[in-house]
Design a protein around this ligand. Structure first.
Ligand SMILES: *Cc1c(COP(=O)(O)O)cnc(C)c1O
Length: 365
């Protein structure tokens, strides 16, 4: 039995998803080509993007997908506004610096959402802007950013919206019929419950069609990856075959669970059990419930000197539960993920283990 991963990816996957990796696939073989096409089609369906969007997979972790999205789909003279309230917004800013894309940012604290009026004002005051980048669920804190409101403002101002929906895709609603966006990036190993190794970018047809020559890098060039894959349905370079086979199985299981709605329901229930249970034990949650996405929950570290994160982590790990360190700059915290192939019983077992550890380590709350 593996330990339960209460982390935002890699996360606990189903046995059948792991088993899908027990085969060797020829990357130029029809069976694999069909599998790859089926993944791309399914991902487009998840945003109701049939006919209007393309899906281009990209090898690597989620960061590779985000970087390929930015470098390939923005022209070299783009002017970008980045909405930042955590490490992943910061990472996009860093990418823009690496990629020599002009960018300004609107940053708020990690436990706060952006103000939509202020967003409008910033756009009005910066007529050169062409793009806005936003993070859907900022995994740093677990905050749910108001993507619909952001998209409405960006649409009203006629700018192009790119979304990092890494930790939201597949569990939080993102229909292109409701939310206007030009591109979104996510990966296999978060709410779709695949194994790590591949990301994907969904973009409007005309966005990829006019993307030739934007990218500084051959391996990250989505236009090149797309044109090659459109030509013969194959990958340009060695595809992560086993990862894709597992991803295909994971997407199948996502559908069987009832798609985004079904997955959201389970995660929301997981989240509620953890939040209620931790409160009962005496922990303080960083975010108010209305800002908390059902993905990962940040808790403040207790002030009792007996609390040491590494000891707490190790003791929980000995009981086969892996939690996540905090990533906040403003406070000492730790995080508990509620995504992955985990159910209500797993959440209850986690709480039981936490109670035992608190008692063993003599931490008073
Ligand atoms: C996980 C994640 C990423 C990508 O991280 P990798 O470690 O490269 O997979 C990007 N953005 C957000 C919001 C994430 O949660």
């Amino acid at each position: 039995m593996d330990k339960k991963l209460l982390t935002p990816g890699p996360l606990t996957t189903s046995m059948s998803t792991k088993e899908a990796m027990l085969h060797d696939w020829g990357s130029r073989d029809q069976k694999f080509i069909d599998l790859n096409q089926s993944i791309r089609d399914s991902l487009i369906k998840l945003i109701d993007g049939e006919g209007n969007y393309q899906c281009v997979p990209m090898q690597g972790s989620g960061t590779f997908a985000v970087e390929s999205m930015i470098s390939s789909l923005t022209p070299k003279d783009a002017n970008i506004l980045i909405l930042i309230n955590g490490a992943y917004g910061q990472r996009m800013k860093k990418m823009c610096a690496y990629l020599n894309r002009s960018a300004i940012d609107y940053e708020v604290a990690e436990h706060e959402p952006h103000d939509m009026k202020k967003l409008e004002e910033i756009i009005d005051a910066n007529k050169q802007l062409t793009h806005v980048f936003a993070v859907y669920c900022e995994t740093t804190s677990g905050i749910l950013n108001p993507i619909n409101d952001i998209a409405n403002v960006v649409k009203k101002k006629n700018l192009s919206l790119f979304i990092d929906a890494m930790s939201a895709f597949g569990a939080l609603p993102l229909s292109s019929k409701d939310v206007t966006f030009d591109a979104v990036a996510a990966s296999s190993n978060k709410c779709l419950e695949g194994v790590p190794g591949v990301g994907f970018i969904l973009m409007k047809n005309d966005v990829i069609e006019k993307a030739k020559g934007n990218c500084h890098s051959l391996s990250l060039d989505l236009y090149d990856q797309w044109t090659a894959m459109e030509k013969n349905k194959q990958w340009r370079f060695t595809p992560p075959t086993h990862v894709l086979a597992a991803f295909n199985q994971a997407i199948d299981e996502h559908q069987k669970e009832g798609g985004i709605e079904g997955r959201h329901k389970r995660y929301k229930n997981n989240c509620k059990i953890i939040c209620d249970g931790m409160k009962e034990i005496g922990f303080e949650q960083l975010l108010p419930d209305e800002l908390q996405a059902p993905i990962i929950i940040t808790f403040k570290q207790p002030s009792d000197l007996n609390f040491n994160f590494q000891k707490f982590y190790n003791a929980l790990s000995d009981k086969d539960f892996l939690i996540y360190p905090g990533k906040l700059t403003v406070a000492d915290t730790f995080r508990i993920g509620c995504i992955g192939n985990l159910n209500d019983q797993d959440m209850k077992d986690t709480l039981t283990a936490i109670k035992e550890v608190i008692s063993d380590l003599k931490i008073s709350l």
